[in-house]
Design a protein around this ligand. Structure first.
Ligand code: ATP
Length: 204
């Protein structure tokens, strides 16, 4: 999967709609201090399902909404759209919405109502979005998104954290989520079976 375009509206310092084209290969973001380099990377993480306000450098998720300046009033919503080329890969859970190679995920947050996601125009859950990107060996915590100070973190990482990076690069991170879901369903089924045998025993 390749990220082709990113569109931000009211996200942190990007108050006006801003669209960026992302070319194949390595992309670096350069600019003066405070111009919004980290905000851009955070926008990619956010639209991919980041759920921790702390990792977005905020106290709450609504802090990603443009907070206003002395010249401009704050905004009521923030929206980030990411446009990807699926390169023919199957997109989990989007069989009828992912025809062709184009995939557009939009995340929007409004003050007081929380976040909502759309994938190719269809409402989806945060979990679906996380799985789509996990299967494509990327996501909000992908080592491919290298923020300032990240290289030092990788060098100092514990073996378990390095393993998570390798699993993500290999595209198997999504399997952990599915395994957890399957285990929960298995436990629920076992409880139902136990209950059923009790009822059958009572009837005999
Ligand atoms: P540096 O090179 O110093 O790390 P940077 O280019 O990475 O800087 P960012 O940290 O991405 O810059 O952007 C910081 C700017 O974003 C600051 O001016 C800050 O006021 C602004 N900003 C962050 N959150 C919001 C928000 N919710 N509303 C308005 N502006 C915001």
């Amino acid at each position: 999967m390749q990220i082709k375009r990113l569109r931000l509206t009211g996200f942190k310092s990007f108050v006006e709609p801003t669209e960026l084209r992302i070319e194949p290969g390595l992309t670096g973001v350069v600019g003066p201090n405070g111009c919004g380099k980290s905000n851009l990377l955070e926008a990619i993480r956010w639209v991919m399902g980041e759920s921790s306000p702390k990792s977005m450098r905020g106290g709450g998720m609504e802090d990603v909404i443009f907070a206003g300046t002395s010249q401009r009033p704050p905004r009521d919503f923030a929206e980030v759209a990411i446009h990807c080329d699926t390169e023919g890969g199957v997109v989990a859970g989007l069989s009828d919405a992912s025809e062709g190679r184009e995939l557009e995920i939009i995340r929007r947050i409004e003050r007081g109502t929380g976040s909502a996601y759309r994938a190719n125009g269809r409402d989806v859950r945060a979990k679906d979005v996380a799985l789509i990107f996990a299967d494509a060996a990327t996501g909000a915590h992908s080592p491919a998104l290298v923020s300032q100070g990240k290289i030092a973190n990788v060098i100092a990482a514990k073996p378990t954290d390095r393993r998570a990076m390798l699993e993500e690069a290999a595209g198997i991170a999504g399997l952990h989520v599915r395994r957890k879901d399957a285990e929960q369903k298995l436990r629920a089924t076992e409880t139902n079976l136990t209950r059923l045998s009790e009822i059958v025993a009572d009837m005999e």
